[in-house]
Design a protein around this ligand. Structure first.
Ligand code: SR1
Ligand code: MG
Length: 395
């Protein structure tokens, strides 16, 4: 559904309620309550609810600038349409794993979608020690289904290239190119880290082999249009409970290398594993292994049953593709670990650790693991070996 358009203006609680009333059959006379619940870096998220009936919806609105920095960082409103379209496109292939979109409006830069407030943002839940038993299975499925079905392995080349053009997202990609692939590897003003990390940070800036590998990974991100990515699949982009998982926020969606989505998710689980000990850590390490296992098994099955590529049965080709995705996954995960530690956009898993000594120690470990993943991504041959590497580097 498309809403009758008007000129862009930032919503307030009042205008969000009025819009919600016009879009959703709330009971007659319902006294709607509105809360702005967005905790991301870029947008406003309004939850509008009728406390009596429990019915509600979400209105997400893009601002013409990055909320995390302010009006000095202008940002395209087109990202709202990219997000709404990507939610619907990914929903075709992974129904139940993304929210249902009720309405969109390009002019107002909003997406109106199902209320997921019975769920928790996975990052918050994981920090509280939640285990989320379905998380890795659901995200492994989501990754395999969305990425396979939007790739050349499943689509006619005309349709694939049409989608790649539709999802051209240069401004949001530029944020990733800068914040993940460039700035943390140089002495750039956007970087943000504690003085105690200065030595470790300078070691990264002066590590020529590491910078060469980061440059190669950036080149992959810039040039390899393999599938329609979510583009920002960290644990803050996932709502979860014991029994449900929903992927939200694909405003960074574009055609890019498959391993980027897989790597970002795994890196954010790795950050969690670094903050945990003993059995609690094992739960997260198991999620890391299971995500890859489910992803690769489902991708293989889709390849065999639904693949349209002429070479699909050529001995070794499927294995070559999966090995390439795995290698990319590790490299991208390494870049995400480094940028979440010393770049502009941090994560609460690490920054929320109050004990300064412990926080710095764990951040140093995060940097070491990030570096190892980037440098050793061609040598590490299995997800089991990744878990081994993590155990070795986080005593
Ligand atoms: C200015 S945006 C900073 C970060 O927030 C988003 O969620 C992306 O991860 C981006 O890199
Ligand atoms: Mg986001």
């Amino acid at each position: 559904m498309t809403i009758a358009t008007k000129q862009y203006e930032a919503l307030t609680d009042e205008t969000a309620i009025a819009l919600a009333r016009s879009l959703y059959p709330f009971p007659e006379g319902a006294e709607l309550v509105c809360r702005e619940i967005g905790d991301g870096n870029l947008n406003y998220v309004f939850q509008i609810k009728d406390p009596k009936s429990g019915k509600g919806l979400i209105i997400k609105q893009a601002l013409p600038y990055a909320k995390v920095v302010g009006e000095s960082w202008p940002l395209t409103l087109k990202r709202a349409a990219i997000e709404a379209n990507a939610l619907q496109k990914h929903g075709e292939f992974a129904p139940g794993l993304v929210p249902v979109v009720y309405a969109t409006d390009e002019e107002l830069a909003i997406t109106v979608m199902e209320d997921l407030s019975h769920l928790t943002i996975a990052r918050e839940g994981l920090i509280q020690g939640e285990a989320y038993p379905k998380l890795s299975e659901d995200i492994g499925e989501y990754l395999a289904r969305t990425l396979f079905h939007t790739s050349d392995f499943a689509l006619h080349p005309f349709e694939k290239k049409r989608l790649a053009a539709e999802y051209s997202n240069p401004e949001l990609c530029k944020i990733t190119e800068d914040l993940i692939f460039t700035d943390p590897f140089f002495n750039n003003d956007t970087n943000d880290y504690e003085p105690e990390l200065q030595g470790a940070v300078e070691a990264i800036w002066n590590n020529a082999p590491l910078k060469l590998e980061a440059a190669k990974l950036k080149f992959s991100f810039l040039t390899e249009a393999e599938a329609l990515l979510h583009g920002d699949l960290h644990t803050g982009s996932i709502f979860a409970s014991e029994s449900e998982t929903k992927v939200i926020d694909p405003e960074f969606a574009f055609y890019g290398p498959i391993g980027f989505d897989v790597g970002l998710f795994l890196a954010n689980l790795m950050v969690q594993s670094i903050t945990r000990q003993g059995e609690e850590r094992q739960i997260v390490l198991s999620h890391i292994e299971k995500t890859w296992d489910v992803f690769s098994a489902r991708f293989t099955q889709l390849w065999e049953q639904e693949g349209i590529e002429a070479f699909k049965e050529t001995a070794g080709y499927k294995e070559f593709v999966l090995e390439k995705i795995f290698r990319d996954t590790l490299g991208f995960a390494g870049c995400e670990l480094i940028r979440r530690t010393i770049g502009l956009a941090h994560v609460k898993d690490l920054d929320g650790i109050e004990n300064a000594g412990l926080r710095i120690r764990l951040k140093k470990q995060t940097l070491q693991i990030g570096e190892a993943l980037i440098l050793k991504r061609a040598e590490v041959k299995s997800i089991g070996a990744v878990a081994g590497l993590l155990e070795e580097l986080q005593p």
